[in-house]
Design a protein around this ligand. Structure first.
Ligand SMILES: O=C[C@H](O)[C@H](O)[C@H](O)COP(=O)(O)O
Length: 285
């Protein structure tokens, strides 16, 4: 948030953020949900609520031929409450892809790598995003960032098998994440937060993650224990730690570069504080 936005009263700031989410969602749906599509992935979080609003606003004449695939309990409820057709990715026939998937993010960098999982949803989100021909990210202006870990300081969410959590924390410390910790449950719940998949979340802060273009500027990852990593090197390492189910880094090639299995969006839509929508990546299709 810029100085001028953070100078606003808290209530006005919150209104601005909600309005920017709504604007981004409606624009992304307008640009990327073609009436001919039949299978649509719906992510999790507060921004996706507006995506579902934008889809429902198209009306049953258009949406009745579409089926919507959730990424967890919240999006399942959203789909049902909007009166849209619900189905599950586990029932998507082998070899079939979703036409498009929409989801939010906690931070988006210049190369469209994402941090996700701030709301404890990431594993099913990655499966749904990777099952789509086209993955589109929708966010507000606070999420726009040159490098992951610049604005989002809570750490990279990592979904772990509970019995492995202490070992994973040890490994993260060796990799330079000194503040890594198990995410506590919501107020009133004793113990750790439990994901839709019965796992725990570890939040692992690292120094802002470097991109390939940074090496041209003379910025390099030093050594492991320095905690300075490129996105790809860190993600490749984290996903191999025993006990890690999935990580909240969505990285690698985008759907424009690979036929299937992409975790990175083809486009990210940001609602801006001035009421405009900034698009990174592919615009309308
Ligand atoms: O765990 C939650 C998901 O990854 C969300 O998509 C992400 O946290 C962004 O959520 P929001 O739209 O509420 O900022």
């Amino acid at each position: 948030m810029s100085t001028s936005e953070s100078a606003l009263p808290a209530q006005e700031q919150a209104r601005l953020v909600e309005e920017s989410k709504r604007l981004a969602a409606f624009q992304a749906v307008k640009d990327h949900l073609l009436p001919s599509y039949t299978k649509i992935g719906i992510g999790s979080g507060s921004t996706v609520v507006y995506v579902v609003d934008a889809i429902a606003a198209l009306g049953p004449a258009i949406t009745k031929s579409m089926t919507f695939y959730p990424t967890g309990a919240q999006s399942e409820e959203l789909i049902e409450a909007a009166g849209l057709n619900l189905a599950y990715i586990s029932k998507l026939p082998s070899g079939t892809q979703l036409d498009v998937a929409f989801d939010g993010a906690d931070e988006v960098d210049d190369d469209l790598n994402l941090i996700k999982g701030g709301g404890a949803c990431l594993w099913q989100e990655k499966i749904v995003a990777a099952a789509a021909k086209k993955f589109v990210c929708v966010a507000d202006f606070r999420k726009l960032s040159p490098r992951l870990g610049t604005a989002w300081k809570k750490g990279i969410p990592i979904e772990v098998l509970p019995m492995a959590a202490p070992r994973v924390l040890d490994a993260l410390k060796q990799m330079g994440s000194h503040g890594a910790r198990i995410r506590p449950g919501l107020p009133g719940k004793a113990g750790a937060i439990v994901t839709d998949n019965g796992m725990w979340i570890i939040d692992a802060p690292f120094a802002p993650l470097l991109l390939p273009k940074d090496s041209e500027k003379g910025l390099h990852a030093e050594n492991e224990s320095s905690g300075v990593w490129t996105v790809d090197a860190l993600a490749d390492r984290l996903i191999k730690l025993p006990g890690v189910a999935e990580i909240g880094l969505f990285y690698g090639q985008s759907g424009l570069e690979v036929a299937s299995g992409a975790q990175k969006p083809v486009a990210a839509y940001f609602g801006m504080a001035d009421g405009s929508v900034e698009v990174r990546g592919a615009g309308a299709s």
